[in-house]
Design a protein around this ligand. Sequence first.
Ligand code: M6R
Length: 369
Amino acid sequence: EKGGWSSFMRKEVAEQPEAVANTVRGRIADEQVVIPELEALGDEELRAVRRITIVACGTASYAGLVAKYAIEQWARVPVEVELSHEFRYREPVIEQDTLVLSISQSGETMDTLMAVKYAREMGAKTVSVCNTQGATIPRESDAVVYTHAGPEVAVASTKAFVAQITALYLFGLHLARVRGTLTDGQLAAQLHELQAVPEKLASVLEESEKVAQLAHWMADTRSVLFLGRHVGYPIALEGALKLKELAYIHAEGFAAGELKHGPIALIEPGQPVFVVVPSPRHPNSLHPKVVSNIQEIRARGARVIAIAEAGDAAVLPFADEVIRIPLAAPLFEPLLAVVPLQVFAMELAQAKGLDVDQPRNLAKSVTVE
Ligand code: M6R
């Protein structure tokens, strides 16, 4: 039920702090990750994994791309992310020490289901991350880590996305413990970061009015670009997808480092570009590189909307608008930075008088090819 909300999407965007909190709840004890559903896969089996292949579609695949950075960093296992429909129609190299990790909100996406079945036939272990209890994909997998985002009704995925990243991070930290790739202290620090996300999400949501105004001013925009690096890159892709599906506006997400390799040719005066800016506070931060990307596009007339950490003053001289997110460790920034992009797409669609819960031509769950 929508309760007092004007749309399911608005309600689900607002429920994101809760979606993350519920996905974490009961899964951290004594500064360790506890995921009883994973017991079907013993520690020995997890130690034997040499490669992880993530299969998913749409927004779920972007959660997978975010998780790739975290799982590789924490558990030191190579992770690749592939769209399920590409995976299932080529003969991918899947071996017994490959773990195939599927991500699906509905648990019924046909292409992802077929990818999981193929992986099992090839002898791989399969784990699914799913938001729907008892759905087909988890039933076809060796183990499942449920997201507890609650039912997601709006076609555009929002709270399921942040819950997917949360569940994948818990999985990654569990793997790191089993494989001994993080010290107890490092593990505890990451878990604290994760536990702090719901409160930070609540404060990002407080910025929504500013984002809504921006969307209303931009209601006639015909094309929007999104840039990010590292974990900000999949967030740029997700921002573009949200805008396409909700507002029917041409949008593209790029890895900012790719600009010079082509996309910068698209920049002309007035072109709106959202840039996901990493925190400047960490050693090896990509912040200076992103700021120089901003300067490059600004010099060509782009209208820059920066999503930047509170207190980051370096973006101010170059950005037309700055949307602030709270301080977080680098791997946790995507959980926060995605929210203004969701709100922007939703508000812009609303400003155009479109149905944000049920965009044209789309279905909530794609159970056919
Ligand atoms: O149910 P699933 O997570 O498997 O669905 C995957 C995609 O169809 C889904 O994320 C789609 O891209 C959404 N409409 C995005 O908002």
